[in-house]
Design a protein around this ligand. Structure first.
Ligand code: A2P
Length: 325
């Protein structure tokens, strides 16, 4: 398994299991099965609503002797409702408790979006809507500077609760701003990236600034069909260029897309609940794409973002909330 270098000389396995949308009823078993197959990196978030079950799985991994805690790399993410300085520590402590850990390897700001706090006793995880039972449910944005949130994230490192901190869904301008005040630099940027959303300038910027990058939804549309957020012709796995490369290497289209992700230097966090796909998605280190193949995949870029608050907040949460425009 290849490792990715994080900012202060720690490393992280390049392939992680993405936990988004993994059902509570199977999450613990999937985590253990993934660990048996060699996964050591688990990409969690409070918002995924399954950290308690993931925690049961992590405990079993160590109890069954598959590996030790310090061989695991566990990421979690600060939800939008906990951006105020006073809520950041509460949020990480809850994730740590649910995951049955005493530290996180990486803690990320989930979105550059601050929403009104929802007490954990009222609802956890809070999700996007301030009050789902209201007559007209909507998001409730609040004006919290991202610098306030970051300073509270830095304190978590100082307190030993998290090893590294980073952000998700930031573009270059927000990163530049963050670097201007960060006492502890972001070790990681997590973004949507796949052959239909290549993001080469953002990646290049991060490389120059020594910020590691993780690609979420590395298989692109695959994650979004069930959410009605992608059309069937947007499947990267059906793309002719990908299929030809796959045939040439006797690999699946998914393996070609994932290998491209790793070979361009990003970590990837594909999600699957099926043992055979878990294996497929981590079996990426005994073949290599040629420069020409890498370039022909880069050329597939359609600038197609499937996970865009500017779209889904309005359709699902009755709130117009663009962030990338
Ligand atoms: P499943 O969990 O049934 O395997 P992403 O990681 O890009 O978010 O994509 C996750 C989606 O892709 C899930 O719907 C998952 O379904 C599916 N998937 C995961 N691995 C593969 C694979 N190797 N081939 C095809 N589909 C996959």
């Amino acid at each position: 398994m290849h490792n990715l270098k994080l900012s202060n000389s720690r490393t992280m396995p390049a392939v992680g299991l993405g936990l988004w949308k993994i059902e509570n009823s199977v999450a613990a078993d999937v985590v253990v099965e993934a660990a048996r197959q060699g996964y050591r990196h688990f990409d969690c978030a409070s918002d995924y609503g399954n950290e308690p079950e993931v925690g049961l799985g992590l405990r079993r991994i160590v109890a069954d002797g598959i590996c030790s805690r310090d061989e695991l790399h566990v990421t979690s993410k600060l939800w939008n409702t906990c951006h105020r300085a006073g809520h950041v520590r509460l949020a990480v402590e809850r994730s740590l408790r649910d995951l049955q850990l005493d530290y996180l390897d990486l803690y990320l700001v989930h979105f550059p979006i601050a929403l009104e706090f929802v007490p954990f006793e009222t609802r956890y995880p809070a999700g996007w809507l301030h009050d789902p039972d209201a007559l007209q449910p909507a998001m409730k944005p609040i004006p919290v500077p991202l610098s306030e949130t970051w300073q509270a994230m830095e304190e978590l490192v100082t307190a030993g609760l998290v090893r590294e901190i980073g952000v998700c869904n930031y573009g270059v301008s927000l990163l530049r701003d963050l670097l201007a005040y960060a006492r502890i630099r972001p070790a990681m940027l997590q973004i949507e990236a796949h052959p239909y959303l290549v993001q080469s300038k953002l990646l290049r910027f991060c490389q120059e600034e020594r910020i590691a990058v993780t690609a979420f939804s590395p298989l692109g549309a695959q994650s979004y069909f069930a959410l009605n957020a992608a059309r069937s012709e947007e499947s990267i796995l059906e793309n002719e260029v990908i299929r030809q490369i796959a045939t040439r290497h006797s690999r699946s289209p998914a393996q070609v897309v994932l290998r491209w992700g790793i070979q361009r230097g990003t970590a990837i966090v594909p999600k699957s609940t099926r043992p055979e796909r878990l294996r497929e998605n981590i079996s990426l280190f005994d073949f290599e794409l040629s420069d020409h193949e890498m370039q022909s995949i880069n050329a597939l870029d359609r600038h197609r973002r499937f996970n865009d608050p500017g779209d889904f907040c309005e359709s699902a949460f009755h709130t117009f909330f663009p962030i990338y425009e």
